[in-house]
Ligand binder design. Structure first.
Ligand SMILES: Nc1ncnc2c1ncn2[C@@H]1O[C@H](COP(=O)(O)OP(=O)(O)O)[C@@H](O)[C@H]1O
Ligand SMILES: [Mg+2]
Length: 233
């Protein structure tokens, strides 16, 4: 088997949204012929939609170059932390925080946040979802776990609620969906900072944060106290 030719073929594979091909980017961790199967291991610093379809399209060329009868792709993820937008203290174990925000209510923020979280999880990432809409939490209902309660065995930290493979926490679990609307700014900000820092998220590749509408105290809290690596406005 000619590894150089195989590497050269892999180096010509570059999905349009990738900055580099997998060889230059150092994603290729192994190329080996095991009996009649060419086994290629890739470690990616991000999760990628429909990557396997793109890789499968290389199989015929790779079989021809290696003499193998089939190709087995072994994908693993080592999700990188992107540069945070501020100098807020990191949340231990959480690699990237993505805030979903909008000035208006009822435009689909929570729907986007839930779908983004589930899609990242489906692609193999470890995902959390924090409902920062302390005035009108909707994540417990949207995940179908309205009656769940985060458990605390030490009285200081809480275990998030597990739903559809993601870890979620929401003020709605703690106070009931209707009761949070009367909160004033500073109290709401404090509640959000607490729920972010006191949830035992464990190791997460992405924590998606669903924000309330507007540009009030919660947005200021997110901008100043939460080390976000991305935002959807
Ligand atoms: N892309 C969409 N197309 C149609 N309806 C949507 C879409 N996204 C959300 N909705 C609906 O709009 C309403 C508000 O969505 P929601 O995600 O709760 O908004 P927000 O969090 O911005 O207040 C919900 O009834 C939801 O089902
Ligand atoms: Mg919402």
């Amino acid at each position: 088997m000619n590894n150089e030719q195989i590497n050269a073929r892999l180096a010509r594979f570059r999905p349009p949204h990738w900055a580099q091909d997998p060889v230059s980017a150092g994603f290729v961790r192994g190329v080996a012929l095991e009996q009649n199967t060419l086994v290629i291991s890739l470690a990616l610093p991000f999760v990628d939609y429909d990557l396997e379809t793109g890789l499968k399209a290389l199989d015929a060329d790779l079989c021809r170059l290696s003499g193998a009868q089939s190709v087995r792709w072994q994908l693993s993820h080592e999700v990188a932390t992107l540069a945070p937008a501020n100098e807020a203290q990191a949340v231990p174990g959480v690699r990237n925080i993505i805030a979903v925000s909008s000035g208006k209510g009822g435009v689909g923020k929570s729907t986007t946040a839930v779908n983004l979280a589930l899609a990242l999880s489906r692609l193999g990432a470890r995902v959390g979802l924090l409902d920062a809409d302390v005035y009108g939490p909707s994540i417990p209902m949207m995940l179908g776990v309205s009656d769940a309660r985060p458990e605390s065995d030490d009285g200081k930290t809480m275990a998030p609620v597990l739903a559809h493979g993601i870890k979620a926490n929401s003020i709605g679990f703690l106070v009931g969906a209707g009761d949070a609307t009367v909160w004033r700014g500073p109290m709401a900000s404090k509640a959000l900072a607490q729920i972010l820092r006191e949830t035992r998220w464990g190791d997460l590749d992405y924590l998606v944060v669903d924000l309330p509408p507007g540009t009030g105290d919660i947005q200021i809290t997110i901008a100043q106290q939460v080390p976000t690596t991305g935002a959807w406005w």
